[in-house]
Design a protein around this ligand. Sequence first.
Ligand code: SF4
Length: 721
Amino acid sequence: MAEVKSTCCYCGVGCGVIIETAESNGKIEVTGVRGDPDHPANFGRLCSKGSTLHLTANPSLQMQARLGSPAIRKARGEDPVDISWPEAIQTVAQKFADIIQEHGSESVGIYVSGQLLTEDYYIFNKLMKGLIGSNNIDTNSRLCMSSAVAGYKQTLGMDAPPCCYEDIDSASTIFITGSNTAFAHPILYRRLEDARKNNPDLKVIVVDPRKTDTAKEADLYLQIQPGTDVALYHGMLYIMLWEKWINESYINSYTADFDALRDLVRDFTPKAVSQICGINEKDLFQAAQWFATSPATLSMYCQGLNQSASGTAKNAALVNLHLATGQIGKAGAGPFSLTGQPNAMGGREVGGLANLLSAHRDLANPEHRAEVANLWGVDSVPEKPGLSAIPMFEALRTEKLKAIWIVCTNPAQSMPDLNAVHEGLSKAEFVVVQEAYAHTATTLYADVLLPATTWAEKVGTVTNSERRISKVNPAIDPYASAKHDWQIALEIGLALEALLPGNRKEGTSTLFPYAGPEDIWNEHRESTAGRDLDITGLSYKILEERGPQQWPMPVGSDSGKKRLYEDGIFPTKDKKAHFIAAPYKATAESVDARYPFALNTGRLRDQWHGMSRTGTIGTLYGHSPEPCVELSPKDAGRMNLENGDLVHVTSRRGSEIFPIKVSDDIASSQAFIAMHWGSEFISGAAGKTPGRGVNGLTCNMIDPVSGQPELKHSAVKILPA
Ligand code: SF4
């Protein structure tokens, strides 16, 4: 038996795991997994998903679930035929080169994933922006964290969560808003439970339209109406101002632009806010008091803020509260965005989005573009922002985008308004799907399938919610002929270099001079010199010897930085944090007489995303065995419906059939469906649409700053089937 240290590949908590292996018939197989007691994210704990990871590596299960060979589909709808790797690489490179030469570099796109490792992300970003010369690379993190990025940048100057997990231990008030932490980040929630045991005076406030398991344990629960978060935070600030609970000294010393916000919140009286949010004034007052007057207030927030057409405003309005009360830059305090995916942070660090550049540089900044071009050995990096996730699939539908290369994600299930996404994929001239799993909704559209390695096979790094970089290590060989994601990008990149003129500087023989992931990491590391996330003092060797480290960790430092902005200096031009006077806007799609229910989506405890991996494990269905739409007893009673009765759930975009579950956790005129269920579990309305799953219904309207879609709110009608 052998053991290898690595990380869990699910959520952004980034727990350390120890993978146990043994030899069987001459092959090394995964036999078990347990939490790494030395990893500072989890100290040995794992949740239900992490602790069953070894089962997903079971050889017979892999034979059913995994993609084992490159394959080509001669025509859509036909079965794919296996081909060799050289044939697959050449086919993809040639087709991309042909399309670029005929239609230009903006006619192709790459759509990647927050589950890729940092090294994978880096090379894909360089391939698109450096070699192809377009910024058309985006990621499923757009659906997850982009409003948090925009909120941090607008207020604090950089996309940098200022807090750390230790802050949970030392907070005196924890304000959880738009997050069912107990399900979505279970190991952090265990830490919060420990903190409460150790400090009976710790106050927990939860804000959520749905009475989640997290909300049920709160000292104060605010069951707000969907999408009213900005009004709530402005209302809290109104009370803080009135009661003189704001920290004038902090505001005067370290911030700017407070006056405009003070003027804006004058309209958010307790009475007005209680009506907008559907809460009572006493609870609003209590929340404001605990937040402002506690010695240390930590906010923890996630998709309830981000997945909104006002996501950036929600994030900024929450950060405003921390700045106004000085609840930032000290132990136990700060606005802490919890990352959804395991490496959404790493993707942001290398600039793997349509509007970012390496090491938190901005596309719009000519100096930043020149720095990256110089680093990569190319004449220039294009200035025009690329297509972000929603416009990218819309451009397929309108045939402006001709080819897409989809890596480690399943947009045919996870994107909102799926009928439009499927139409786009059907119309695409060329679709490449690089995946570990064979049977996703997206693989059905692939003209070329490229089998990729996955957990327990990969090597590289990931960054978790607290800016902590961990090493990911392989315990077993790649499945069948699967290759690493960075390796596939490298081989296609080299083949494309031979076919495209490119804009390499004289003397740059190749943009991809890498023998392995450590070479890619070292180039990324160099790109961070002098930036807020400087990791020039970190190396694979240090990660192996001293364990995971938080950024920044510039050359010469012994360890990373636990907490940011303790000195009150922010990475903005005037070194101050900036208040944002964001107006409150209702949800993008309003409920009305025809579509009277507000549909919310969210995670189950034991499933992950589109269930490609967790859906292969029988025991993970024990907690929630089948899809359902949750309705309040009042609404179910009004329609004469009981548990298990089937209903049509219909939005302006599609219609799906679900059994109902009557739940006290749901407010009247609201409904909840878990985000995971795809077409294999759901029936569409007969004769109208095929079953798409929950995202056949969801809304694709986006936040104007972050481009993140409003997955958390759609107007629907619900009628007995
Ligand atoms: Fe994995 Fe997240 Fe569970 Fe930790 S909390 S074991 S990272 S899914």
